[in-house]
Design a protein. Structure first.
Length: 639
């Protein structure tokens, strides 16, 4: 069962933005400042710029394949079910880890209000479980409700951040930016400045890169849009627009907010703070300022948690659809059109993630998100080089393949910068993924993928069907909200014959009349005569390239068509000696509407200025069928 398309541009922008602007700005700046000092501002900007290069490939893949599971769906169709299982499980865990981080923040704020300094870890986990349950219910009820909630949260959050920035700009202390690099560590049970320096040194270069790698989890929300893309209206427009505007706005908000925070909080206080923005607001406006920014942080955590559960739950759904997870995981609730089991299992994983240490949580999530970016950029290279005809993204990444190569190199370096613990945790998740694949997925799932098509270009030893191309064709119809007509259904069933040598109209009609006679129970000579009489009255060659020989029989109530291609040409007459495309059909007066629809659809097809070139270059009968089914047409309007 398909998921309902209910999300528009503002939903996409809000889900992406809300998933980013939470722990990335309300908790991490203090930890990141202790490792870099004011240089942390440039680290966030660099992280945003690199995230932007990374999402270009994700946008391209998402507009080509807007399906639940996002990056997992691209990767399994590109690199196969083994790598796809690893990618899907890793992405599911990564977004759950990031969501757990946000829920941890929500529980901390609520628990602090209720219990004050008496808040212990067990109570924190209980509150987190309750919060998770509320979000699970919200997401089960419907994606539109969850999306609207997300829009409200993000608008409120950005408004409060705007007030903080506007007030803080008038209270900046430039002295707090010197030295620009400040590195803190625990000395005698106290956090003290242990190293400092200039950004224009080897130390500066290393600090900015390591900081960007550490805080990169702040930009992980971009993957969430890919995961829920199947539920986006007009994905060709709303996904690129929503994701690009989101990364631009949030990078600017991060940079300016950090500039204000560094400018109003002394370095030793900022390096020791787990609530840096709220602490800066306290300096600016006392307790009221602290309360307002605490509310803003709560809104941020709420938006991340909501978007996180919404996006993360689509991974087990997608894995289940591909038979890499048990089928019951992917069941869609008939009333709410949401994947109930996938949402509940995601909630359980999030609660379990709360048991991990905070820094391990951040680094593991960052490492997994970086791996996903590497695989998606590799996927673009492979799928483009595989020459799949039905890979038709509406957004094309510029500077191919250099953007992809740059992103793969930089993100791999970022992973190395995160340290051994993060890499070990990621390897552990990979082993879990491998176990799932070899125990369950391998025997249940068999997918054709783009890498095999690429290998065909290198060797002739591989023979593939048309399954992946057919799936991509169906995805294009879903993406463009195309309503298949009766003509499309005829094309799905019609024989398509690729004639290998020059022939004549007489030979063609004789060949097909015999086949029609067996279907219709009529004498083939009678059918031949009717076709020849029709052709003698007025030629059915509508151009020097295309012809539509057809007859109408009073005593039938069915419609049958055959399609022919002949690169060498079919001689219809002296005037039309080399017809390359023939649509030959038999109809009934009772099916006049279908008859006219067929003529109109063929006319639309051949009006495409590239039709003749595509027709001659199509690899085989399957690609000819796709060419007809993917003709330009009017779309249904999204409501």
């Amino acid at each position: 069962m398909e998921l309902k398309k209910e999300l528009g541009y503002m939903d996409v922008f809000s889900i992406s933005s809300g998933a980013m602007i939470s722990s990335g700005i309300f908790i991490l700046p203090g930890i990141a400042f202790s490792k870099a000092g004011p240089m942390v501002i440039l680290g966030y900007i660099l992280g945003g710029l690199i995230a932007f290069t990374g999402i270009l490939s994700i946008i391209e893949l998402t507009t080509a394949m807007p399906k639940a599971g996002g990056d997992y769906f691209f990767i399994v169709r590109t690199l196969g079910p083994l790598i796809g299982t690893i990618s899907g499980v890793l992405s599911w865990f990564a977004i759950c880890l990031k969501t757990a981080f946000a829920i941890f923040g929500i529980a901390g704020v609520i628990g602090g209000i209720i219990y004050g300094s008496n808040l212990d870890h067990q109570t924190l986990v209980i509150i987190s479980s309750i919060v998770t349950t509320i979000f699970l219910i919200l997401n089960i009820i419907g994606v539109k409700i969850a999306g609207t909630f997300e829009v409200i949260l993000v608008i409120g959050l950005l408004s409060l951040m705007g007030i903080f920035i506007a007030v803080g700009m008038f209270h900046i202390n430039i002295d707090f930016f010197t030295p620009f690099i400040q590195i803190y560590d625990v000395v005698n049970n106290r956090l003290e400045l242990v190293s400092s320096g200039s950004p224009f040194t080897a130390l500066g270069a290393g600090v900015i890169v390591s900081t960007a790698a550490f805080i990169f989890v702040s930009f992980g929300g971009l993957l969430k849009v890919a995961s829920i893309s199947e539920e986006v209206k007009n994905p060709k427009v709303n996904i690129p627009k929503g994701m690009i505007s989101s990364i631009a706005v949030i990078t600017v908000v991060y940079a300016v907010t950090l500039f204000v925070t560094v400018g109003v909080l002394p370095g030793d206080q900022l390096a020791n703070s787990l609530t840096p923005i709220a602490d800066a607001a306290r300096v600016l406006a006392g307790k009221p300022g602290y309360i307002v920014l605490t509310i803003a942080s709560l809104l941020a955590f709420l938006s991340t948690a909501n978007a996180g559960i919404m996006a993360a739950s689509r991974y087990p759904l997608a894995l289940s659809r591909d038979k890499l997870f048990p089928s019951f995981v992917g069941r869609v609730n008939k009333k709410f059109k949401t994947p109930t089991v996938a949402i509940i299992s995601t909630g359980l994983l999030i609660v379990g993630s709360l048991l991990l240490p905070l820094e391990t949580l951040v680094k593991t999530a960052s490492a997994v998100i970086l791996m996903t970016y590497v695989l998606t950029n590799l996927s673009v290279i492979i799928i483009r080089e595989s020459n799949l005809s039905n890979y038709r993204p509406s957004f094309i990444t510029p500077l191919y393949p250099w953007i992809q190569i740059f992103t793969i190199f930089v993100f791999t370096y970022f992973i190395a910068q995160l340290g051994v613990a993060a890499i070990e945790s990621s390897i552990g998740l990979i082993f879990i993924s491998l176990a799932i694949y070899f125990i369950y997925g391998k025997k249940n799932s068999s997918k054709e993928y783009a890498l095999l098509h690429l290998l065909i270009r290198i060797t002739d030893s591989l023979k593939l069907g048309h399954n992946l191309e057919s799936e991509l064709r169906d995805i294009i119809h879903q993406r463009d909200d195309v309503e298949l007509t009766e003509f499309d259904k005829i094309v799905m069933e019609a024989p398509i014959i690729d004639l290998k040598s020059f022939t004549s109209l007489e030979e063609l009609i004789t060949l097909q009349a015999e086949k029609f006679s067996a279907i219709l129970g009529k004498n083939h000579l009678e059918l031949e005569n009717l076709f020849f009489e029709r052709e003698n009255e007025i030629t059915t060659a509508i151009s020097g390239f295309t012809a539509i020989p057809h007859i109408v029989l009073d005593d039938i109530d069915t419609f049958h068509m055959a399609v022919f291609r002949c690169r060498d040409g079919i001689k219809f007459s002296e005037k039309h000696p080399q017809i390359k495309a023939v649509f030959l059909f038999v109809s009934s007066p009772k099916l006049n509407k279908l008859h006219l629809q067929t003529l109109a659809s063929i006319a639309t097809l051949i009006k495409d200025e590239n039709f003749q070139k595509k027709w001659l270059e199509a690899k085989d009968e399957n690609y000819l069928r796709d060419l007809i089914l993917l003709r330009k047409r009017k779309n249904r309007k999204n409501k």
